[in-house]
Design a protein around this ligand. Structure first.
Ligand code: CIZ
Length: 316
């Protein structure tokens, strides 16, 4: 560990103080704090719920809170806003984009659809509201194969935007898909060489990777799971040590929920720069100001809602 990475006692006190203020204000303002698995540990610790985008979307849909504070990246907060129109969804960090979501645009999708008018469009939840509005059903990495299996056999399927998830889910569901060539730079940066080096360092460990990793990495894994799937798999599996191939924020959740097991990142380079933009200072500020509120144009929101509601229904 580099000297600069070590937290000083003063930092811990400052973070603890911020966390106390955030929880106090969240209660006072009847705010529900939803936090994605890839967020910084100190943000995960102030959450009402830590989860993947499917769990968080389901929680947003059921929420009775006056407002939702969403700590993740923009498309996730937008999904929550689509599900709870009329109630503010606050995203503390407006710059938290998603490189994968930005790889599919409405014009390109409409052009592809025009050539395949009967195809069903399945879009990963990592897409903008505008792309969701042009999709028939959304999926997450947790239910992508089930979503594909739910589509009538005689239908062609367009899958956007993640090519790795598309091919992996298609294989699991026994379906063919027309693949949009997008990818998550953080997951594609996890290479076979990283896997070999990690296995050499921890030969007893099982390898658990995310389906956004390249297929060659997924093929050598003991399990290919969404982030929630990783928690379930490692909880019931008999091994004690795991190599985890996803964004490194996931290791905190795994270690916290399963303290009797050991988790190591396949590579410490798998860091999503956007997920790490949200800080406790920004969460506190956002709660105080009740801003920035995520807005979705109502006509787009209504069309995107159909695709998101179908996603939430599959695998319930
Ligand atoms: O669906 C999500 O939340 C993402 C982006 C990954 C995962 O598997 O949780």
């Amino acid at each position: 560990m580099k000297q600069a990475d070590r937290q000083k006692p003063g930092d811990c006190l400052r973070l603890a103080n911020l966390q106390r203020q955030i929880r106090h204000l969240a209660k006072e303002k009847e705010a529900l704090i939803l936090v994605h698995n890839y967020q910084r540990p100190e943000i995960q610790d102030v959450a009402d719920l830590v989860g993947d985008s499917l769990a968080l979307a389901r929680a947003a849909a059921k929420a009775k809170a006056r407002m939702i504070v969403f700590c993740g990246v923009h498309f996730m907060a937008e999904t929550a806003a689509i599900l709870v129109p009329g109630r503010p969804v606050i995203a503390p960090e407006p710059e938290a984009a998603c490189s994968l979501a930005d790889m599919v645009d409405v014009e390109g999708l409409l052009t592809l659809k025009a050539g395949l008018p009967d195809a069903v469009v399945v879009s990963y939840v990592n897409t903008t509201a505008a792309v969701k509005a042009e999709s028939d059903i959304c999926c997450t990495s947790g239910n992508a194969a089930e979503v594909l299996a739910s589509i009538p056999q005689d239908k062609k399927i367009i899958f956007t935007p993640d090519r790795n998830l598309a091919l992996w889910a298609a294989r699991r569901a026994g379906r063919e898909v027309i693949v949009w060539p997008g990818f998550c730079p953080t997951h594609e940066a996890i290479t076979l060489d990283d896997v070999r080096a990690a296995k050499a360092a921890y030969p007893e460990a099982k390898l658990v990777v995310h389906p956004e990793c390249s297929l060659e990495v997924a093929e050598v894994a003991d399990a290919v799971e969404s982030t929630e799937g990783m928690v379930r798999f490692c909880r019931t599996d008999e091994a004690e040590t795991y190599l985890i191939g996803t964004e490194v924020g996931m290791l905190y959740r795994l270690q916290k929920e399963l303290p009797h097991k050991r988790f190591y990142a396949v590579t410490g380079h798998a860091v999503c720069p956007f997920m790490k933009l949200t800080t406790l200072d920004k969460v506190l500020e956002a709660l105080k100001e009740e801003s920035p509120v995520v807005s979705v144009e109502p006509e787009i929101g209504a069309r995107a809602l159909r695709a998101v509601e179908r996603m939430i229904e599959v695998g319930k």
